[in-house]
Write a protein that binds this ligand. Structure first.
Ligand code: NAP
Length: 292
């Protein structure tokens, strides 16, 4: 979408092969935006291309790939008007047992990739005096489930980065919006469960706990109470469209009842009471506990 003034409102979205990114690309292109849907495997974007999106390869772990995608949009449109930092996944498992290189990879994707994309698009946004950056955070950016500590820590980082950036770029005409989805039925849970499988040790102090985290993750998305209070990629896409179409977007948008309820519950409960609640959901590893 281009304004009459020549200001680019072209949208660049990371991680469009499935889930929230895919749904958002589809919704925004139908709404009339010029959408650059990207993925590290561009062959996954065929249906989005048919729907009218322009498609590009973009791996947020790869500097050259990020830089060339942004350069391609700038060449065609003048600037990336709207960046949607969506690519992400959960490296789940007990903190003691996740190999440090997997933790680095998790930060490369969920945090460093997001920051680098902001750095790459901001000069163009500042030049035209308009831009909107939408970061996909999570309710897991303000509360933490056991077995999800590393993933949650990346989303806490996205909270802080979004807050600081919102202040730093507002004066250049750039708004920063943080989306906080609750449980969303996408490919996310499958990737999280398989990431647990990849780090699980056959013998060790966290065996039962790790199995329970994997089972709880799978069930939460399929049939648990959270699944009933969850949503779809389209629900998140609808909120993103709202955040783009309003003149003065909010700093944060919660999506789904699960996000509203759990974030409120966490804010109200002292740490000890929250931990007690978690003990009713997960076996606590340790002496006398699971694998004790
Ligand atoms: P999804 O269906 O698994 O989509 C994740 C997307 O990220 C995929 O397109 C994936 O591409 C992409 N991705 C992963 N690593 C990448 C990389 N290095 N470079 C570029 N793309 C990469 O899950 P989703 O639920 O839509 O997740 C989207 C975002 O929402 C994530 O940031 C996630 O943390 C956040 N979120 C999800 C939930 C939820 O419950 N689902 C809740 C809160 C927040 P490949 O197909 O190539 O792997």
């Amino acid at each position: 979408m281009k304004k009459k003034s020549g200001i680019s409102k072209a949208v660049l979205i990371t991680g469009c092969s499935s889930g929230i990114g895919h749904a958002t690309a589809l919704r925004l292109v139908k709404a009339g935006y010029t959408v650059y849907a990207t993925a590290r495997r561009p062959e996954t974007l065929k249906d989005l291309a048919q729907a009218g999106c322009k498609t590009l390869a973009l791996d947020v772990n790869d500097e050259a790939s990020m830089a060339s995608a942004v350069a391609a949009v700038e060449k065609a449109e003048g600037a990336v008007g709207i960046l949607i930092n969506n690519a992400g996944y959960s490296q789940s498992g007990p903190i003691e047992e996740i190999p440090i290189e997997r933790i680095r990879k998790q930060y490369e994707t969920n945090v460093f990739g997001l920051v680098r994309m902001c750095q790459l698009v901001l000069p163009g946004m500042r030049r035209q005096g308009y831009g909107r950056i939408v970061n996909i955070g999570s309710m897991g950016g303000v509360l933490t489930f056991p077995g999800g500590g590393i993933y949650h820590s990346t989303k806490y980082a996205v909270e802080a980065i979004s807050d600081a950036l919102r202040f730093e770029v507002k004066g250049f005409g750039v708004d920063v919006v943080l989306i906080q989805p609750g449980l969303i039925k996408t490919e996310f849970s499958e990737a999280a469960v398989s990431s647990i499988g990849a780090v699980k040790k056959a013998e060790g102090p966290y065996g039962t706990f790790t199995d329970t985290v994997a089972k709880a993750t799978k069930e939460a998305y399929e049939k648990g109470p959270l699944a009933l209070l969850g949503g779809s990629g389209e629900d998140v896409a609808a909120v993103i469209e709202r955040a783009l179409s309003t003149k003065c977007p909010k700093a944060r948008y919660r999506v789904t009842l699960s996000a509203h309820l759990l974030m409120t519950q966490r804010a109200m409960l002292p740490d000890g009471v929250w931990d007690f609640f978690l003990k009713t959901q997960f076996p606590q590893p340790g002496r006398g506990g699971a694998n004790g």
